[in-house]
Ligand binder design. Structure first.
Ligand code: BG6
Ligand code: MG
Length: 219
């Protein structure tokens, strides 16, 4: 009895969502745009380029393609600076244990992230080898809520979408999983992630036998 277990990175495995927020907020400020936490919720799971497009749209601002590119680079530089000291301590509660349990049961594990920084981050955390397949922002053409990233991951693992489970902290990611026909598990607040099949604050809030429950669950 097996399923493909697909994990988002930022905000699910590691507490980097807060750094993306800070970096976008500084970037927005540099353009004279006010950027709120509520708006940030809509950027979770969204690619770098689409995030900047949205911020400009909300701020009613237009910039040249050259400035656009420069601002994207600026945001990433800022972000990389903020995650410089990231290490194993920044893995979110219960995640490492959950991954190890899956490994013990020989369940296939994939990463499905929009981030172009995913691989170096997993390396910093020392958990890259736990993933059988990594699909990240360097591999996909269509960003979440498009299901491409997750479909690509389950394909590579050799599983069908209906035999896949996705762990997500973003609305866009939950929608992507649902569109793909995968079981969606939200990590975060119920009121934000209500479209998910089930929501937990943290992996530590899941029942002891949650892997088994998932293995027997149908979408
Ligand atoms: C997602 C984050 O995982 O990756 C977004 O939730 C981020 O906030 C996106 O914008 C792209 O990440 P990066 O690291 O390529 O800028
Ligand atoms: Mg995320």
């Amino acid at each position: 009895n097996k399923k493909a277990f697909i994990f988002d990175l930022d905000g699910v495995i590691v507490d980097t969502a807060k750094f993306h927020f800070v970096a976008w907020q500084r970037l927005a400020a540099s353009l004279g745009i006010n950027f709120t936490e509520k708006e940030n919720e809509q950027l979770k799971g969204v690619s770098r380029v689409n995030s900047l497009k949205k911020i400009l749209e909300w701020g009613n601002k237009e910039i040249s393609p050259e400035v656009f590119q420069a601002k994207m680079d600026q945001k990433n530089q800022e972000y990389l600076e903020l995650i410089k000291t990231l290490d194993v301590k920044d893995i979110l509660p219960g995640v490492h244990e959950f991954l190890l349990k899956l490994k013990e049961q020989k369940q296939p594990i994939a990463l499905g992230s929009a981030s172009k920084n995913a691989r170096p981050i997993l390396e910093k955390l020392g958990i890259k080898d736990l993933f059988d397949v990594i699909v990240d922002g360097t591999n996909v053409t269509k960003a979440k809520p498009d299901p491409e990233v997750f479909l690509n991951a389950c394909d590579q693992l050799g599983y069908s979408a209906q035999d896949s489970v996705v762990f997500e902290d973003s609305v866009a990611g939950v929608q992507a999983a649902n569109t793909a026909g995968m079981i969606s598990i939200g990590l975060g607040e119920q009121n934000i992630l209500h479209e998910a099949d089930q929501v937990f604050n943290h992996f530590t809030d899941m029942p002891q036998d949650f892997i088994n429950i998932l293995l027997n669950k149908k979408k």
